[in-house]
Design a protein around this ligand. Structure first.
Ligand code: ADP
Ligand code: MG
Length: 187
């Protein structure tokens, strides 16, 4: 159907507002639980693409530290402004990440990791549903990035962002698993 776009935009506004209302303590506590769950899920993986949390997104910094200390490769996305194309870039320490233009956290130097080497991608989002459908900020960056990705796709969000049904289009790429502070859900 045409116009999932309007439905998506209404939901984006609601989810952004609800997430912005979380206190710093709530973000910290819920993120810690989510990082623990993810750490179990990712045991035995060789290379994981995580992300640099923005605003009140689930913060996975502590997980990235743990993965690096366990010898698991970690990449974070570098997004080209003009095209919204995502490139996974390896980090070997959290100090490889700095705040750049618009306060966006990205690695200082880009060290591209081939998609074929990544065995799990952590995907942040504004809303997810039990079928694994995801809604992001509305640029479709992850849909394009994940189009040809064959590994494990893990949606990462707070429990309140897990809703009955996310409106979706043909180009939307579903997750294989969703992790919140309340559960680890296989799709
Ligand atoms: P988000 O996933 O960030 O919530 P949407 O799914 O609404 O955003 O997608 C935003 C825009 O990106 C849409 O207009 C869509 O046409 C475009 N888009 C997404 N994925 C692709 C793709 N694989 N190829 C071409 N355009 C895409
Ligand atoms: Mg989408």
């Amino acid at each position: 159907m045409e116009n999932t776009e309007n439905q998506k935009n209404g939901l984006r506004a609601r989810m952004k507002a609800e997430r912005a209302a979380l206190s710093p303590d709530e973000v910290t506590l819920k993120s810690a639980v989510i990082c623990n769950r993810l750490s179990s899920v990712l045991r035995g993986k060789k290379f994981v693409m995580a992300y640099c949390a923005l605003f009140n997104e689930v913060n996975v910094d502590s997980l990235m530290r743990v993965l690096i200390s366990e010898g698991i490769g970690v990449a974070v996305p570098v997004t080209e402004k003009e095209t919204s194309v995502i490139t996974p870039s390896e980090i070997t320490s959290l100090s490889d990440i700095k705040r750049g233009a618009y306060g966006i956290r990205e690695p200082i130097n880009v060290s591209e990791v081939p998609l074929s080497e990544i065995d799990a991608v952590l995907v942040p989002g504004l809303a997810f549903d039990e079928g694994g459908m995801r809604m992001g900020f509305g640029k479709g960056c992850y849909d394009r990035f994940l189009e040809n990705y064959k590994g494990l796709k893990i949606g990462v969000c707070y429990e309140f962002q897990l809703i009955d049904a996310v409106p979706f289009d043909k180009h939307d790429v579903p997750m294989d698993m969703i992790v919140t502070e309340s559960g680890t859900y296989a799709v």
